[in-house]
Design a protein around this ligand. Structure first.
Ligand code: SF4
Length: 357
């Protein structure tokens, strides 16, 4: 897609501004010259935009948003959502406009209104409490997060203690650790954490991971765990999901060809932050997270000939279009799609939303 356009200097000749800027004697005065110099400088600089693919929404996010929309259609507003359904302000605000109410704790939800649990997953105690209060609830936990929950339970049933590789305080980590009784899952965030790890029995261990981690950093942590605990059991392939893996691979592909990388995503979106880190680790000197076009630091991009654009799994395509439009306003830009994988994954919404009331 070539998006090069007419330069501003082309338009200057037909512009009435030079007439307005002539002095009383009809000769150009200084504003006239200033306009011409300014508009000459406004000729758009050339730029190549490398648009990563895959980028943006994954199947788990798509499903979670559909769940909220269908719940509002089915039960009417308000429908409560425990925690941001996905980590993106634009998405959350749009759903709020349709009648979703976002809360952090279940006890903020009236017992007679439906509640949805976010895509990140929740500790077991949360649906148990909703059931105790006889609430209508729908679990929007991504099936790939649920798969990790099931893995943890299976290892626990086999008598293994779990080491979770993840980020302390992230809702997915809290949800996964909350599948088992306290002390049954210990958390490591870095290779350094592995050295100080205290476990019950080094011969009875398994590891699980958050789904949105850096593939490379996680491989280092897994290697450190295996070196220290040779008997540790793990998944055949780590638990990092297909969407996280694919988006990171696309960034690695474009990184050698770009002067700067913009990742569209929220500051609390784990997979978006990892994309920034992956870009930097792959040699991109300037890699920045932006929520919207208004956050782009244009000064930092001065002199760039080639900029990479990608988006975290919770960022909608409309925000990517907004960022591309902002570039096209300022640059004579050519957009090149760099596709490293095709995604066909889809998840069904829960049955309760598919059947008529
Ligand atoms: Fe599911 Fe991966 Fe998307 Fe998270 S990033 S919602 S685990 S598909």
């Amino acid at each position: 897609m070539s998006l090069s356009g007419v330069t501003d200097i082309d338009r200057t000749d037909a512009c009435i501004r030079p007439l307005l800027c002539r002095g009383m004697d009809g000769r150009p005065d200084w504003p006239y010259l200033w306009f011409h110099r300014t508009e000459a400088k406004m000729t758009k600089p050339p730029l190549t935009l490398l648009l990563a693919a895959p980028r943006g929404f994954c199947a788990g996010v798509d499903r979670a948003i559909k769940i909220v929309e269908m719940a509002i259609d089915k039960w009417g507003a308000p429908v409560y959502v425990r925690h941001e359904i996905v980590h993106n302000k634009f998405v959350v605000d749009s759903l709020r406009d349709r009648g979703a109410v976002f809360v952090e704790h279940l006890d903020e939800v009236p017992a007679d209104r439906p509640v949805i649990f976010s895509a990140h997953g929740v500790p077991k105690a949360v649906p148990a409490e909703a059931a105790r209060r006889q609430m209508v609830f729908v679990d929007a936990t991504c099936p790939l997060v649920s798969k990790v929950h099931i893995e943890a339970e299976r290892h626990h049933a086999d008598g293994l203690q779990m080491v979770m590789i993840g980020h302390d305080g992230h809702p997915e980590t809290i949800g996964t650790m909350g599948q088992l009784p306290p002390g049954e899952v210990v958390l490591v965030e870095t290779v350094a954490d592995v050295a100080g790890l205290q476990v019950r029995d080094p011969s009875k261990l398994a590891f699980i991971t958050q789904t949105t981690l850096s593939v490379d950093d996680t491989a280092d942590i897994v290697a450190a765990l295996q070196a220290r605990f040779p008997a540790i059991v793990g998944p055949h392939k780590e638990d990092i999901c297909y969407a996280t893996t694919n988006r990171q691979a696309a960034v690695k592909e474009i990184a050698p060809r770009i002067d700067a990388l913009l990742v569209i995503g929220a500051p609390n979106s784990s997979n978006s932050k990892r994309l920034v880190e992956v870009g930097r680790a792959a040699g991109c000197g300037y890699a920045q997270l932006v929520q919207r076009a208004t956050e782009i630091d244009w000064r930092a991009l001065e002199g760039s000939r080639s900029v990479g654009i990608t988006a975290g799994a919770s960022a909608p395509e409309v925000l990517i279009t907004e960022v591309l439009d902002a570039f096209l306003d300022r640059f004579d830009a050519v957009v090149e799609l760099v596709e490293t994988a095709r995604e066909t994954v889809e998840f069904k919404v829960p049955r309760v939303l598919r059947v008529p009331t």
